[in-house]
Design a protein around this ligand. Structure first.
Ligand SMILES: [Zn+2]
Length: 148
C-alpha cells in the first residue's frame, strides 16, 4: 500500500497515511483532518479549503478560495491567499492572485503572481498551541467560570 506524509494543519504533527485515505484523526491534537488530494478542473468557489493533501488546479480550473494545504500545483487560475506547508508550484500560464506563504515555491517561466510571497523553509506555518491558561484564583485577568 502506498503511503504519503502529511502534516497536521493544527499542530504540525507528521502523519503517514495511505494515499487513498480521505481523512484521518490527528493522534496529538485529535482534530479531524482531510488528507484528500484533489484537482480543480472548472470554476470552484469556496471560502476556505483546508486539506493536508495536495490541491492541483488544471489549466481549465479556476479556484476562488483561501487555501491551507500541503502542496499546491497551479496550471490554471487561482484567486485567494495560500498557505502551504509544502511546495507551491506555478506552471507556465498559471495565474495566482493572492498572497503566498509557503515553505517552497517554484515559479516557471510565464506564470503570473499578483500578491506577496513569503517563502521560508523554516517558517512556522502552524501556530504553536497556546498553553491553556491556568486561572489564578484571585488575579484580575482570571477567567471566570460562569455556570449556566
Ligand atoms: Zn494535530
Amino acid at each position: 500500500m502506498q503511503e504519503k506524509t502529511v502534516y497536521c494543519l493544527h499542530c504540525g504533527k507528521e502523519l503517514i497515511v495511505s494515499i487513498r485515505a480521505v481523512s484521518t484523526g490527528c493522534p496529538v491534537c485529535n482534530h479531524r483532518l482531510s488528507v484528500e488530494d484533489f484537482t480543480v478542473t472548472s470554476l470552484l468557489s469556496r471560502t476556505l479549503i483546508e486539506t493536508c493533501g495536495s490541491v492541483a488546479i488544471a489549466p481549465s480550473g479556476m479556484l476562488r478560495a483561501c487555501l491551507r494545504v500541503n502542496n499546491l500545483f497551479v496550471e490554471g487560475d487561482h484567486q485567494g491567499n495560500v498557505t502551504a506547508a509544502g511546495k507551491v508550484t506555478l506552471a507556465a500560464g498559471a495565474s495566482l492572485a493572492g498572497n503566498i506563504i509557503a515553505h517552497r515555491l517554484e515559479v516557471r517561466d510565464g506564470a503570473l503572481i499578483k500578491g506577496f510571497c513569503r517563502i521560508d523553509p523554516q517558517l512556522e506555518l502552524i501556530p504553536k498551541p497556546t498553553p491553556t491558561p491556568t486561572p489564578t484564583p484571585s488575579g484580575p485577568n482570571a477567567k471566570r467560570q460562569t455556570a449556566k
